[in-house]
Design a protein around this ligand. Structure first.
Ligand code: GDP
Ligand code: MG
Length: 449
């Protein structure tokens, strides 16, 4: 699956230091193949891989993430982007009823969706009415009535007596049924109307014209284009045909429970510029959810937890400080007590999430360091360093016995605490010098003092 392919691509990056351009290109090639095999549309793949490559090449120095994690994060961000970014809620009409029209090929899942959406809206306190404007298939009206009954939502159907509703809608006139359904909703004070329409097996002019006529008759607030997530490479052409023929305001991906390879999901939002709003994930009425691009991306990457952790680690770790520290080490410049204090403060921030850090690959070493980290120590170190003069902070060698006693008094700490800090600082400084010489950057600048 797409998930497996991407995950194994990222595994190859584990344990690497800085990624070369060749590493990045190899990774991007793998991602491109995985996306194409998952039926993602070619132009979307091209755009996607170009942005991933560009961002990976200019990846910011991050003390919290190793290169593999950085690539995972970039791919995740880009996935969220092509899936539409933000979740988009239904647009409700200022003056009810809100009219929602469903469009899509036969078998896409429109009628099922009408029931699911009806139920969900009812549970939110709305009073939806389903309108059976699919008069193409002999049993389409009955099917909607069954679904409506299960959802406990009324249906407007052009069969006299159906659901106990009298109607003089002309059988065979879907546009008339749709128009009357909306009028019925207005009269009976339903605040939402869901208009189910007919689909054909393939894109076809008659069908498109009928859908456009219904749209013109009911002026919907939302036109939801329902698409079977398993349709693969045809997704783009179908979506474009409906965009041109009917136009729609949002997309519903259905049958996401099947072994959809994800291609339709990844292509449709980008190609049409319309957001994916809902996902249908089974035959039951409750198999329905608001579509969240970020969750879908995590599902594709199959790394939801890891991504959440990466984000939290990044938030705790100040990227600006990491960069300064890295530059300092690289230039062989001296590591000062002020730097030492910044490090301690970073450790404190990370300390509060040490359990989570342990779950991140590559973070095990840091977790061990944090295991012995006493958060109160940061406050003591801060007090001591703040009791030093700037000259003492820059050049601790000048801190003799009388200065130590003065610093201890000023900070409310014992002289031995001051001595302990200076000893640990000297150790850390030595370590930083070695790293400077070796040219390698530590995952976490300085490590545990
Ligand atoms: P329509 O022709 O667009 O109205 O499609 P239907 O709502 O009649 O659905 C066609 C078939 O797909 C039916 O057998 C539904 O039970 C099934 N179906 C619809 N949505 C889903 C879904 O999300 N998951 C699965 N597994 N089946 C679905
Ligand atoms: Mg139907």
């Amino acid at each position: 699956s797409l998930s497996d392919r991407l995950t194994s691509t990222f595994k190859n990056l584990r344990g690497r230091g800085r990624l070369s351009e060749a590493d990045i290109d190899a990774t991007v090639r793998e991602i491109r193949r995985a996306l194409l095999d998952a039926d993602v549309a070619v132009p979307v793949v091209r755009q996607f891989t170009a942005s991933v490559r560009e961002r990976a090449l200019s990846a910011e120095v991050s003390g919290a993430l190793n290169p593999a994690q950085q690539v995972v994060k970039i791919v995740n961000d880009e996935l969220v982007g092509i899936l539409g970014g933000e979740t988009r809620a239904l647009q409700l009409a200022k003056t009810p009823p809100t009219v929602i029209m469903l469009a899509g090929l036969q078998g896409a899942g429109k009628t099922t969706l009408a029931g699911k959406l009806g139920l969900a809206l009812k549970e939110q306190g709305h009073t939806p009415l389903l309108v059976a404007a699919d008069l193409q298939r002999p049993n389409a009206v009955t099917q909607l009535s069954v679904v409506a009954e299960r959802a406990g939502v009324p249906v407007f159907a052009p069969h006299p007596g159906n659901q106990g509703m009298e109607t003089d809608a002309v059988i065979g006139d879907p546009v008339g049924v749709a128009r009357q359904g909306v009028a019925e909703a207005r009269a009976k004070q339903h605040d939402v109307v869901i208009v189910d329409t007919a689909g054909r097996l393939g894109v076809d002019q008659v069908l498109m014209q009928q859908a456009a006529d219904i749209r013109d008759a009911v002026t919907p607030d939302e036109v939801l284009f329902v698409i079977d997530a398993m349709i693969g490479q045809d997704a783009v052409a179908t979506a474009q045909a409906f965009l041109a023929g009917v136009d729609f305001t949002g997309v519903v991906l259905s049958k996401l429970d099947g072994d959809a390879r994800g291609g339709a999901a990844l292509s449709v939002a980008t190609v049409t510029g319309r957001p994916i709003m809902f996902a249908s994930t089974g035959e039951k009425l409750t198999d329905f959810e608001v579509f969240h691009p970020d969750r879908m991306a995590s599902r594709i990457l199959d790394m939801g937890d890891v991504l959440t952790l990466i984000e939290q680690a990044e938030r705790a770790f100040d990227a600006g400080e990491a960069e300064k520290m890295a530059a300092k080490v690289a230039s062989g410049e001296d590591f000062t007590l002020s730097d030492f204090l910044v490090q301690m403060q970073q450790m404190k921030k990370l300390g509060s999430m040490k359990k989570m850090l342990g779950m991140l690959p590559g973070m095990a070493q840091m977790r061990d360091q944090l295991e012995n980290f006493d958060e109160r120590e940061v406050d003591r170190v801060q007090a001591i360093i703040q009791s030093m003069t700037p000259a003492e902070r820059d050049n601790p060698k000048i801190i003799n016995g009388s200065r130590r006693a003065r610093i201890a008094r000023g900070s409310g700490q014992t002289t031995s605490a001051v001595n302990g800090l200076l000893d640990r600082f000297t150790q850390a400084q030595k370590m930083m010098r070695q790293m400077g010489k070796g040219g390698g950057l530590p995952g976490m600048p300085g490590g545990m003092p």
